[in-house]
Design a protein around this ligand. Structure first.
Ligand SMILES: Nc1ncnc2c1ncn2[C@@H]1O[C@H](COP(=O)(O)OP(=O)(O)OP(=O)(O)O)[C@@H](O)[C@H]1O
Ligand SMILES: [Mg+2]
Length: 500
């Protein structure tokens, strides 16, 4: 039996260029929003202050998607390498680019045609187009006419200071509905725009918060003269709680490997929240875990503990930020779509050996997060049941109260509303009508141009908390009556002194 050999003997070589159809396989893990994020990466790398994502409708049908920026643009000498699959360049220490693939992979995952028009300082616009054809035989990229490149560049993008910049255009987008039916197209746009807002808001939240870039989305119907309203992408900070769930947190735990230091910024949310930055797509429970950032861009938004612990309902308040900048990068690999980070076994060990200055370990942290969750559940179970809310409550206030307060379903809801009183009293309790009436004469009208039944949420919230218990039970006790008299005195005096 031949023995195993270290060296592999060869006798010459053959040239095997990839089949051009290999392009079809690029970016298969992309969705529309991760693909657009890849283009936005490039705009940010180009120093753009504004990025516009535009859907274009022609005769009702969605025909193209644009990502337009006012970055430094691509000079003619660099456009071909920019269009090359795997065409890397020299990357600076804050660049998001890494593989030389993003633009092409993201675009081919969504569209059959990618056109790039760009204008760098002191030069005319240049353009190239890649067409994905089933019969393609070779890597021929089309050179777009200069006139057309100029025209596209000069279209009304509504972006300030666009002396230089880049227009990326996708045609034949595979995911677009193949119909001009208004309802279907509108529904598609609205769900795509909302997925884009959430994904981009999350991925670029630090960059948006630092005011480095403004990202907007709009729809242009070419049969109508002006583009529709622009929707801004707002930052969604997954660590953006109002109050930490545990006063001792956030805490930084660090671990060292050789001369590398890796830091785990460990956060605990304070109970289940309805804030969008808590309820991320997929639900908060599935967003526990490690949030990896590279150069200010969020690569992966939670989704697990990488071998340290399985996902657990009781850990849903625990989120950890980890920065993977260059020195520690070798511990990780990110997928080319930049939407997922893989860690080696070394990472798990590091996390398990990490410590805060006060000695807190990762295990202690997870325990604290679990405790915060159990406590917050207990608190809401132990809360006294309150009468449900009727009319007069602003929807946001109603949601906030419903989140915190267990309602007593046996009680009729209470309305909190204004009406004219025959006297100067501030409020009246009408247990029969299940209403907490407020005297119209104290209604703060100056500040509310259009008065709505759901006005004055702060005032109503306070009154609800103070007076809700007066709607319980068969009759009012002596103590209740005394309290009503007390509130009446004080609130009426306060309301009167507040009058102009
Ligand atoms: N909006 C843009 N403005 C200026 N230059 C751009 C823009 N988009 C792409 N480029 C140029 O094209 C090159 C190729 O982009 P591509 O996204 O394919 O790769 P990359 O950004 O270098 O790396 P990665 O694969 O990590 O995204 C970029 O390096 C950049 O030089
Ligand atoms: Mg890129």
């Amino acid at each position: 039996m031949p023995t195993w050999r270290d060296e592999i003997p060869t006798s010459g070589s053959v040239e095997l260029p990839p089949d051009p159809r290999a392009l079809d396989g690029l970016g298969r893990n992309h969705s529309l929003e991760t693909a657009v994020a890849d283009l936005v990466d490039n705009s940010i790398d180009a120093g753009a202050s504004n990025v516009l994502i535009r859907f274009v409708r022609v005769e009702g049908r969605l025909r193209a998607l644009y990502v337009v920026d006012n970055g430094h643009g691509i000079p003619e000498s660099k456009i071909d390498s920019a269009m090359t699959v795997g065409g890397r360049r020299q990357y600076g220490s804050s660049d998001l680019g890494k593989f030389g693939l993003g633009l092409k992979a993201a675009s081919f995952s969504q569209a059959r045609s990618l056109t790039v028009l760009s204008k760098a300082f002191g030069s005319r616009a240049v353009g190239r187009r890649w067409l994905l054809k089933p019969d393609r035989r070779g890597f021929h990229c089309d050179v777009v006419s200069t006139e057309f490149a100029d025209d596209e560049f000069e279209r009304r993008w509504g972006i300030a200071e666009m002396d230089t910049g880049t227009v990326v255009r996708w045609d034949d987008v595979t995911g677009f509905p193949a119909t001009s039916d208004d309802g279907r197209v509108e529904r598609f746009i609205s769900s795509a725009a909302s997925a884009l807002r959430t994904h981009l808001g999350l991925v670029f939240h630090r960059i948006i918060e630092a005011a480095r870039v403004t990202i907007e989305i709009d729809v242009e119907d070419v049969d109508i003269d002006s583009p529709g309203p622009r929707i801004p992408v707002e930052a969604i900070n997954p660590f953006g709680y109002a109050r930490s769930g545990n006063a001792a947190y956030p805490k930084n735990l660090t671990a060292r490997v050789g001369d590398l230091e890796i830091r785990f910024a460990c956060h605990i949310w304070s109970g289940r929240s309805s804030l969008p930055q808590f309820r991320l797509p997929g639900g908060a429970e599935s967003r526990q875990g490690i949030y990896f950032y590279r150069r200010g861009r969020l690569l992966q938004a939670g989704g697990g503990w990488h071998g340290m612990r399985p996902m657990d309902r009781r850990l849903q308040l625990a989120r950890v930020a980890v920065e993977i900048d260059d020195d520690v990068l070798r511990l990780f690999t990110m997928n080319p779509e930049k939407s997922k980070v893989n860690v080696g076994p070394e990472f798990t060990q590091l996390a398990e050996h990490s410590k805060a200055e006060d000695g807190t370990t990762f295990h202690d942290y997870l325990e604290a997060a679990e405790e915060t969750y159990t406590d917050s559940r207990k608190r809401s179970h132990e809360r006294r049941k309150m009468a449900p809310l009727g009319k007069g409550i602003a929807p946001e206030l109603r949601r906030a109260i419903e989140r915190e307060v267990p309602f007593d379903e046996d009680l009729e809801p209470i309305d909190i509303r204004w009406k004219p009183f025959p006297n100067e009293d501030f409020f009246a309790i009408d247990r029969e009508a299940r209403a907490l009436w407020l005297n119209e004469r104290y209604r703060p009208e100056a500040r509310v141009a259009r008065r709505s039944v759901n006005d004055a949420p702060l005032l109503k919230a306070l009154l609800y908390l103070v007076a809700e218990n007066l709607f319980h039970g068969e009759y009012l006790g002596a103590r209740d009556r005394d309290n009503i008299a007390l509130y009446q005195e004080i609130l009426t005096a306060a309301a009167k002194s507040d009058q102009p």
